[in-house]
Write a protein that binds this ligand. Structure first.
Ligand SMILES: O=c1ccn([C@H]2C[C@H](O)[C@@H](COP(=O)(O)OP(=O)(O)OP(=O)(O)O)O2)c(=O)[nH]1
Ligand SMILES: [Mg+2]
Length: 159
């Protein structure tokens, strides 16, 4: 079979299966972009505050030690308030199903209209460390300790 093969120059190959041959192959807009743009497999109307799980028509096979992260696209976020409920979505190395995107319209007033083929999200492949979990009785001391959630100050003016 003849497959398209877009190169980033990294030497790495993302094994991707098109479940919907009518959609364009997901590619990077520029060779060295981090994200591979994913297309909507179907149209979708998102009134303000609404969300919808939208298929992308692709499945991938990542080797162990890698993860696919489904990130929002900044242009859609800026222009339409479109985001992803669980951003970034986690695509496990062993997942062979269709990648889906849980889109949400965060705009307070305007409905977002997605048409089939729109680039709705971007997939970023990263290495991930698969550490074993070991339960311990106590943790090593640190300078921060248990301080968090604004412990370093700046609450009043968000500085
Ligand atoms: O944006 C996303 C996030 C996840 N997935 C798929 C791939 C991933 O491997 C699987 C499970 O995702 P996750 O572990 O985040 O969800 P879960 O609620 O923990 O489901 P599970 O019990 O199947 O692990 O769903 C997507 O297609 N898109
Ligand atoms: Mg899970």
């Amino acid at each position: 079979m003849n497959h398209d093969h877009h190169t980033s120059g990294s030497g790495q190959v993302l094994r991707l299966q098109r479940l919907d041959p009518g959609l364009p192959l997901p590619v990077r807009a520029h060779q060295t972009d981090a994200g591979i743009d994913l297309h909507a497999a179907h149209a979708c109307e998102l009134p303000p505050g609404h969300r919808s799980l939208v298929g992308t028509g692709v499945a991938i096979a990542l080797p162990a030690g890698y993860v696919g992260l489904v990130h929002p696209r900044s242009g859609l976020a800026a222009r339409a308030g479109l985001s992803i409920v669980n951003a970034p979505g986690t695509v496990d190395a062993g997942y062979r199903g269709e990648i889906k995107v849980n889109l949400i319209n965060l705009d307070p007033a305007e409905t977002v209209h997605i048409v089939r083929g729109d680039r709705i999200a971007q997939l970023i492949v990263q290495q991930v460390e698969l550490w074993d979990v070991v339960e311990v009785e106590t943790l090593e001391d640190s300078e921060r300790g248990a301080g968090g959630h604004g412990s370093t100050g700046g609450h009043a003016r968000l500085t």
